[in-house]
Design a protein around this ligand. Sequence first.
Ligand code: SF4
Length: 500
Amino acid sequence: MNDLVNLSENQSSSEPVNGRFYIKTFGCQMNVADSERMASLLAEQGLEPTEEAKDADVVIINGCTVREKAVHKALSTLGQLREIKNRKKKSPPIIGIGGCVGQLDKATLFKKAPGLDFVFGTDTIDNLPEIIHRVKNGEKHVVYADFDTSMDYSTETKVFGHKAQAFVNIMKGCDKYCTYCIVPYTRGKEKSRTIDEVVDDIARLVATGVREVTLLGQNVNSFGKGNSNQKNRQPMELHNVIGKVGPRAGEENFPQLLRAIDSDPRCEALRRIRFTSSHPLDFSDELIECYAPASQGGVSRLSPYLHLPVQSGSNQVLQKMGRHHKIEGYFAQMDRLREICPDVGLSTDLIVGFPTETEEDFQETLRLLDRVQFDNIYAFAYSPRPGTRAAKLPDDVSAKVKNERLNHLLKYQLEIAEKLYKTRVGKVMEILVEGEAKNQKMASTSSIVGRVWTGKTPCHRVVNFISDSPRSLVGQFVQVKITEATGLSLQGELITGDLQ
Ligand code: SF4
């Protein structure tokens, strides 16, 4: 049970709170989106953001449990915050932790992190203002980390500040239970918003200036499971070369959602729809067809980019991971997608050193990279997560071998990406500008006196370019001619854009 009770009348959570807040985010895009929601909620309460934890009155860690290293990072950040708290004895900051770490470890975190004031979970973010009021009113060790066990999921996206990009949660939880993964235990069972609610939400965001949405969920391809189809939508059965696939015919599904957003007149000004993340089992033929050109029945705003985690190139490892498909099925999906959308940008997740992975299994993963030609990979050395089925297997690949394989894999991919990226040199691409590049070195060797900006192509490649505009380009769509390529990014010359 939550140990938070209702606020008394004179402790309303809508009372303005003075001060500044700082949020440190670890983990995936779901956590990034959740942090944005936290920031909006705190700003609505009257708190202002600050760039540094030492200046904040409320500090929140949004932690990730997907790998051991991520958990350690969150805990060591709490250790640093304790030092800040000790130094600021007169006005110590309130410190809390949320995300998957809060959801999983709950009150045990107070022992691990003295100085911590509150813990909340992935389903209780909206209670944050209430929790902070409780702590400010003297309550100690507040925990609010129960799962919302109802199967309905309804929310409204909160974007912090004026932005051209927004993350939109469309479903949450995961029913896949891959043997190594802690997510089903930290995010709960799959549940989805309705198509109508998501489309209304996006239409509202578009009216505020949002031009790119990323639809988020642990497994967005199984969106709609359990939501019966509205009367105005025909039942639609999904198919998949692998065999099993997502929601049943009478339920809403992800391709229907994409088409509903694309055809809604209120979303006319929306330029790009992205989504993440997916599982090959639910990646349907009908979704692949959404990538076709609009003239051939595709979804016109869907970005030609797909992140489809595969985890390993070896069937014996995939089986031990509980992925429920073979590598040949994944290849068939990628081939079909490339046939329909030849310029699609692809990325994936990979784990090396999973229990029993042999050198030959690892070589199969390298062959997978050759075969698919990903633009980018997110690769990690396996670490057991307590409570998962894989944690019961002997962790029999040594740390040394895991690291060697990881380094080899990353180097191998870099060479593939560099070759792929070089084929883009000379092309003109549309970039949505995300911000100033951290590395401004490019400006020192250019004849243009200006700042280096960074953004992404529709196929999700990073492009850096220089502009002499004194104004911010963030949120603008510009045309850039690609002049150079490395395995990590492209460089280009600004041609034209929405520059205002
Ligand atoms: S599909 Fe993804 S989130 Fe779900 S259990 Fe597998 S790895 Fe975890």
